[in-house]
Design a protein around this ligand. Structure first.
Ligand code: SF4
Length: 296
């Protein structure tokens, strides 16, 4: 675990005065860190827009020790519209604790959002999230995907992973429609683009944006798909950000392939389906490219 001093120093490493930047504290579970509130205060001093992504447990009396003016967004994770769906995925009793703390946060005046990670276990229940969000009063809804299944290369994955992956057509049939309906009910929905049409341009965020995914072991990645591999572009050494040479993720960002995202092709090839002539059925977008549906 990072010490309070390291936490503060690391946040300041990424601060650029006058530049609009977001910082998201996530985990694991960020409220388990006893100095999270100190980190939030430092981030505020540095001018970041601040989000805390929590599983809803709010450890260390987080909700009692923080006020809405200190945070821009407080985000909660649920993977089902009730305990029958959510708790087998996220743990026994999680739905009750998470929704109770979400209600408390809303009553205290926090800007809240909810994150739902779609898998084969819960995609059919996604539409039922709309009335729940309305009941709770949550105005921002993030939909993520645990993995998509292609028709090829499935043998590379273990059974559990295959069970969780969503069929691409199912994703396309369900997610945009739920987002549209939620928008009609006053909820902003943000979800990954995933598939690019022939007319759409592929862009790698490693090239066209500036994102840093910072881990307590000091590794700093630009691409979230690379997180399990030792190809990070930067490292924090003695509280200084050091750019690394050699075979890092950056070498892959400029590769131009028919499948779109090169890391997706390397690490999750089962997400890509091919036509009989060998061309990919879809190009896969950067996982950081999001679609947004605003309230209508
Ligand atoms: S997900 Fe793909 S496109 Fe996005 S940053 Fe990583 S390598 Fe680039």
């Amino acid at each position: 675990m990072l010490s309070r001093t390291e936490l503060e120093a690391w946040i300041r490493l990424f601060a650029e005065p006058g530049k609009k930047s977001n910082i998201v504290f996530l985990g694991g579970e960020p409220t388990m860190h006893p100095d999270l509130i100190h980190g939030v205060k430092v981030a505020r001093e540095c001018g970041f827009t601040i989000t805390v992504d929590s599983n809803g447990y709010m450890f260390h009396d987080f909700l009692e020790r923080i006020t809405p003016d200190m945070l821009d967004y407080l985000s909660f994770s649920l993977d089902g519209p009730d305990s029958e769906i959510n708790d087998p995925i996220r743990g026994n009793g999680v739905f009750g604790v998470c929704t109770a703390n979400l209600k408390k946060a809303i009553s205290k005046g926090f800007n809240t959002s909810l994150i739902y990670t779609v898998s084969n276990e819960n995609i059919d229940h996604l539409p039922r999230m709309i009335p729940l969000l309305q009941d709770l009063g949550v105005k921002r809804f993030f939909i993520q995907v645990i993995g998509l299944r292609g028709s090829s290369a499935q043998k590379n994955r273990d059974n559990k992973s295959k069970q969780l992956q969503v069929d691409p057509q199912q994703w396309l049939d369900v997610v945009p429609e739920v987002a549209r309906q939620a928008g009609q009910r006053g909820i902003t929905v943000i979800y990954p683009k995933v598939f690019l049409s022939d007319e759409e341009i592929f862009e790698c965020a490693g090239h066209v944006a500036e994102n840093f995914f910072v881990f307590p072991n000091g590794r700093v990645y630009q691409c979230p798909l690379c997180e399990d591999y030792s190809v990070h572009s930067y490292e924090i050494n003695n509280n200084r950000l050091v750019r690394l040479d050699g075979l890092t993720e950056e070498r892959f960002f400029s590769l131009d392939i028919a499948e779109g995202c090169v890391m997706n092709k390397l690490l999750q090839p089962e997400t890509i389906s091919y036509r009989p002539d060998g061309s990919p059925l879809h190009r896969i977008s950067c996982c950081l490219l999001k679609q947004r549906v605003d309230p209508t």
